[in-house]
Design a protein around this ligand. Structure first.
Ligand SMILES: Nc1ncnc2c1ncn2[C@@H]1O[C@H](COP(=O)(O)OP(=O)(O)OP(=O)(O)O)[C@@H](O)[C@H]1O
Ligand SMILES: [Mg+2]
Length: 333
């Protein structure tokens, strides 16, 4: 079985081909640069670009795998959550192609896609396990009871982890998107330079909250001269990042312990973070659990992860109809 994945939930445009053993045959991703000058994603700009890019990316995807649409058995497309205009580009493209070429279609939750990026590279990763999805718009801690069977343990009450990175980066004049820049600077910084608060949500030990951390960076810098932030960028980034890492790790370790799990998988754009990967690798070694993370290009949005979720669901006999629709707020559970 060959599955074509289609992903257009935010500002990426991606198509991928994978086989039923989850081997990636091609996975081109086009990332838009137009949003940098606005300091954030402009939805209308994103979807207009995707309308222009979806066909060339699809053609590149087939070409680099040396395949034609005749080789494809089914199409897996992100149907939510995400920006509605962007989602509609992918869903309508996939539906049109499925209808014209007579292929099966299956709508995929983008967050299940992120989670499934781990299955592409770690065939030994099988449920049950704990999953932490940390991306630009979401922060979720999930008990994966079985393939496609999730129990939501906690999510963010305000900003997502990636959003916190992007907001602090903007505050420090590092541009958008800022996660990767904060990561780079933090590598040379002292994580104990300043102790930023680690938020706890009352009566909800698995909930996350990052907006207070962002505010505390604002308050910390407010009374200091501008040159202070400029001269201590790496230390401030490292200290901010350490607070994020601590908050994520505390919830994950609690879940591993409470649910007696010995496997933790992380996914999403923020899973690309050097310190998060390093910290969990160390803790896993010490505490005796297995830690899984996707390679860098599978952390941020891509269609291979959507196709992976598609293969898993199609093998269970699932499929969508051509009445499939996009849903901006689609929940994972
Ligand atoms: N090395 C890194 N360290 C920290 N954050 C990072 C790193 N690389 C990317 N990010 C962050 O990851 C986010 C983008 O991830 P992703 O593409 O998964 O998000 P999204 O698709 O926009 O959101 P969602 O998946 O919730 O819809 C951005 O917030 C970006 O700053
Ligand atoms: Mg994403």
């Amino acid at each position: 079985m060959i599955v074509l994945g289609v992903e257009t939930s935010c500002d990426e445009t991606s198509c991928a081909l994978i086989d039923d053993r989850l081997r990636v045959l091609s996975n081109p991703v086009y990332s838009q640069l137009e949003h940098q000058k606005y300091g954030g994603i402009v939805p209308e700009v994103a979807s207009r670009q995707q309308i222009k890019k979806i066909v060339p990316i699809y053609q590149e995807c087939l070409r680099s795998a040396g395949m034609t649409i005749d080789d494809v058995d089914a199409i897996a497309v992100t149907r939510g959550p995400g920006l509605i205009g962007s989602l509609l580009v992918g869903v309508n493209f996939a539906k049109g192609l499925a209808f014209a070429a007579g292929k099966k279609i299956i709508g995929i939750n983008h967050l299940e896609g992120h989670l499934s990026s781990n299955y592409l590279e770690h065939p030994d990763l099988k449920p049950p396990f704990i999953a932490l999805i940390i991306s630009g718009g979401h922060t979720l801690l999930v008990l994966v009871k079985d393939f496609c069977d999730y129990q939501l343990l906690g999510q963010t009450r305000d900003d997502a982890a990636g959003e916190a990175y992007d907001k602090v980066a903007k505050l420090l004049g590092l541009g958008y998107p800022g996660g990767v820049r904060v990561d780079k600077l933090a590598r040379a910084g002292n994580p104990e330079f300043h102790k930023f608060p680690r938020a706890v949500v009352k009566n909800d030990p698995y909930a996350f909250s990052f907006s207070g951390l962002k505010t505390s960076v604002v308050m910390y810098l407010r009374d200091l001269p501008e040159s202070f932030a400029e001269n201590n960028l790496d230390d401030i980034c490292a200290s901010f990042q350490e607070a994020v890492v601590d908050m994520l790790a505390e919830r994950c370790l609690r879940a591993l312990d409470e649910f007696k799990m010995d496997r933790l998988a992380i996914a999403g754009g923020v899973a690309a973070n050097t310190r998060i990967r390093e910290h969990f690798t160390q803790v896993a070694r010490k505490s005796g659990f297995n830690f899984y993370y996707p390679s860098l290009d599978l952390c941020t949005d891509n269609a291979a992860m959507i196709a992976a979720a598609g293969v898993i669901r199609l093998k269970r006999g699932e499929a969508s109809s051509l009445g499939l629709d996009a849903s901006a707020q689609l929940p994972l559970v």
